[in-house]
Design a protein around this ligand. Structure first.
Ligand code: OGA
Ligand code: MN
Length: 221
């Protein structure tokens, strides 16, 4: 795929999904660059900033239901859940691409992904998320974690890598670090891949989400 332009043309998008699905099947994760343009990323960052100024971001928690707790020694990000009915056009465009991606994955990997849940995310400098798995319980419906990063001019010295711990066949594991650069999407198996977010020296923005094998409203019962 051409890394310099962003992916908008539907046929080009399908090609990108093709590589994504291959990589997912083979390695349990996939990276796709330029799913959003720099301008779109800037727009979403501004939306997140506005939410922060208006006190509409909240400290993210861990666990669900009775286990829910906020523990800043485990994760330090601020989030706002996205309600698909009332989002800005720029977010809507991203949701539409995810929808298309979900359909493509279902057709090619025979999954039955049905819905998604997403939040805007910002990690203030120095904040992190310790090593964890996104699928916490056996009845969790999160199948794939999908994160799109929104940060312009992100350099390795800024930190903030997503660190994936990839299980190796003979036991042991291998580390794969991913920089949170603008327009980059990472998708990985929620039930399989442990990962962490390393602290950064800048604000680290993203849209974080999960593709579910059940309707989102049914998973929160
Ligand atoms: C999460 C998470 C990774 C990232 O929110 O569960 O692991 O790179 N995020 O932001
Ligand atoms: Mn996670």
């Amino acid at each position: 795929m051409d890394n310099s332009t962003y992916t908008q043309d539907p046929t080009e998008l399908e090609h990108a999904f093709d590589s994504l699905v291959d990589s997912l099947a083979e390695k349990g994760y996939a990276i796709m660059d330029n799913i959003m343009s720099e301008e779109e990323c800037a727009e979403v960052r501004a939306i997140i900033d506005r939410h922060e100024e208006n006190g509409r971001l909240k400290k993210a928690g861990i666990g669900t239901g009775h286990d829910y707790q906020i523990d800043r020694s485990i994760r330090g990000d601020l989030i706002r859940w996205i309600e698909p009915e009332q989002v800005a056009p720029v977010t809507q465009a991203y949701l539409a691409k995810l929808q298309q991606m979900m359909g493509y994955i279902n057709r090619t990997l025979y999954l039955s992904l049905k819905d998604s849940e997403l939040h805007y995310t910002v990690y203030p400098p120095g904040k992190f998320y310790q090593r964890h798995l996104d699928q916490l319980r056996l009845n969790d419906h999160r199948r794939l974690s999908v994160i799109c990063y929104l940060n312009d001019d992100w350099l390795p010295e800024h930190g903030g890598e997503l660190r994936l711990y990839l299980p190796e066949k003979g036991g042991g594991e291998r580390i794969k670090d991913v920089l949170p650069v603008a327009g980059r999407l990472i998708c990985f198996r929620s039930d399989l891949l442990e990962h962490e977010v390393l602290p950064a020296i800048r604000h680290r923005y993203s849209i974080t989400g999960w593709l579910l094998d059940q309707l989102a409203e049914l998973t929160h019962l």
